[in-house]
Design a protein around this ligand. Sequence first.
Ligand code: NAP
Length: 232
Amino acid sequence: MNKNVIITGHSKGIGKCIVDKLLETENFSITGISRTVVGNIKIREISCDLSNINESKKLCRMLSDMDAHILILNAGANVIKPAESYSLEEIAEIEILNFISPSLLIKTFLPKLIKNKGHVIVIGSYSGLEVKKWNNYYGAAKAGLHHLTRNLFEQYRNSGLKTTLIIPDIVNSGFYSKSEVNPVNDPIFSIQPEELGKLVLELLENATDYIPFEIVVRPQRFRLDKKLPKPD
Ligand SMILES: NC(=O)c1ccc[n+]([C@@H]2O[C@H](COP(=O)([O-])OP(=O)(O)OC[C@H]3O[C@@H](n4cnc5c(N)ncnc54)[C@H](OP(=O)(O)O)[C@@H]3O)[C@@H](O)[C@H]2O)c1
């Protein structure tokens, strides 16, 4: 029997690589949730803006009866800048996208995930671990998500629910499209999103008796490139 996977942020970057990897096996029926519908006919796609609380609640109500074996909470975004330069709307959207919507989806699927002794995989962020200049609202939202994920494991481990928190440092994806810096396109300086796709498939296909509960993934070397100003 195929396992039902719900994944947020499937349209590009890490989420797309996870979907591509899972589809290689034919063991999973995938529902992808992003704003963009990419036209992948091998999965069910749902368009939802997870930074909008009303859209997220509507989505949860719509999916509340769906059976679920695996929930992959991956969607996320940020614009890296000083705390005082965000608008109130931007802050609310960052917190809703990176913390509140994942919380609503956990609550929605928890009964089915427990019944199926399923697996919740959360893509956190190194920004949720370190306190650094310009790591403000997004880092705080991710830190909250890390805490909730750790709590889920403690609360439901005896019910058989598996929980894995993957904490990547710099990944070479479109995540930096609205920031002043870019990751260096070299695996020594930035994690390739395909590697995280492989990691998730490995977790799901080669289950161990122990739980790989918290996995921090960092590139060997550190560098971010400053973007050149656009020509007039
Ligand atoms: N790249 C990094 O350096 C890095 C480091 C640590 C952690 N992470 C985390 O990794 C996860 C994936 O990011 P990525 O690097 O793959 O970035 P990405 O290439 O920008 O992809 C982000 C994904 O999230 C979806 N998404 C963004 N805003 C959304 C919204 N408002 N509603 C619904 N879906 C939304 C995007 O789909 P649409 O645009 O179609 O909506 C896309 O599928 C995020 O949680 C991010 O915080 C990234």
